[in-house]
Design a protein around this ligand. Sequence first.
Ligand SMILES: [Zn+2]
Length: 459
Amino acid sequence: MPIVRALVLALLFAQFPPPAVDVPRHADTAWLDPYRDAASRLTGEALASDFAWQRLALLGDTFGNRLSGSPNLEAAITWAVEEMKRDGLDNVHTEPVKVPHWVRGHESLEIAGPIPQPLVILGLGNSVGTPAAGIEAELLVVHSFEELDAAADRVKGRIVLFNVPFTTYGDTVRFRATGPSRAGALGAVAVLVRSVGPAGLRTPHTGALNYAEGQPKIPAAALTTEDTARLQRMVDRGTTVRLKLTMEAHFLPDADSFNVVGELRGRERPNEIVTIGGHFDSWDVGTGSTDDGGGCIVTWEALRMMKKLNLRPRRTVRVVLWTNEENGTRGGNAYRDRHLAELPNHVAMIESDGGVFAPTGFGFSGSDAARARVRDIATLLAGIHADGVSPSGGGADIGPSVQQANIPSFELENNGNYFLIHHTPADTIDKIDPLEVSRAAAAVAVMTYVIAEMPDRLR
Ligand SMILES: [Zn+2]
């Protein structure tokens, strides 16, 4: 995708002259003239301070990671409500969601033989644990599901390692998601996956697995790229490797959590809504600053800035901090169910869950007519290099509502090291540049404002 994205950017760069300080004017976008001043003010407000980055840093430093069911998540939710009220947002409230409560506990993997030594893992989210004494078994390395099936008679009683190099998330994540059940069905006692992400500094990447109905549930963990390569070399030399995996992972009863909602009520059509947001939960490592604290803060920032600048659009702008995206998506489902009657009044939904690195624009899914509008609006973002509009946009949290009511949907897009960082202990604020956070907030604010303000509805 980087090559495709680079080509798209190059084309956009050719279409729009190098961005100047001011928002460029085009004859065919004269309809945007009433919004240029507001767009400039929102962009200027975002770029003039590091308020959003500071709020994101405070979130991570104070509450740490925010796994569903954890007291950290609930404390952060309470804080967000108070902060939204302090920002002067309207109708600030929480909406209850029952969430799964998975607990990692202590976990370890070691080479048991020939010579014992520890390796670096993170158990996969929603995995079962091992017996207290751990599971010791011989290693079997495979590189695809086809190779797993071909080795079916050797899988029984083994710890299976899926050594699949990271290409794209979509291509590689299936080994994490379904590998445990596929190997379990053939009699494996545990599964390891090469971490789903580019090689880091011996950093394991967690993430959810999905057990298939009717198959044995076996424990599963992500192994660092480096340790995966080491085991591969040992096997290639003909060494019989025995591993010992110990995991305390288990579920507690479902816990109480909440989606956080704040609004800027529309001045003319308050019942028509533009909903924007990110997911407030994270994995239980790092501080969830990239996944997805940043998405929460920059969408929330759009409302804070509109309020501060006294820019109250025609329609209601609503920010939602969804709970439980990572290991259940129950927040997004609860939003759809609770707001079912008003979903037809949702003019658009925007999710930011791809990090807040240098924003390039938005992915958009909607009609051709709406896309033409969105492309025009995006020209207001040329000055911050965020005027791209790519073929599809959505998100795990807005997905249930978008599909239910066929709502035009956006995702904030950017260039950054998202997959290097997310779901790892390295997901911390120091990887995030304050200016890029400000630009991301500006992009969301301008797109949201114009959609909420323009007289005709985006269709
Ligand atoms: Zn996320």
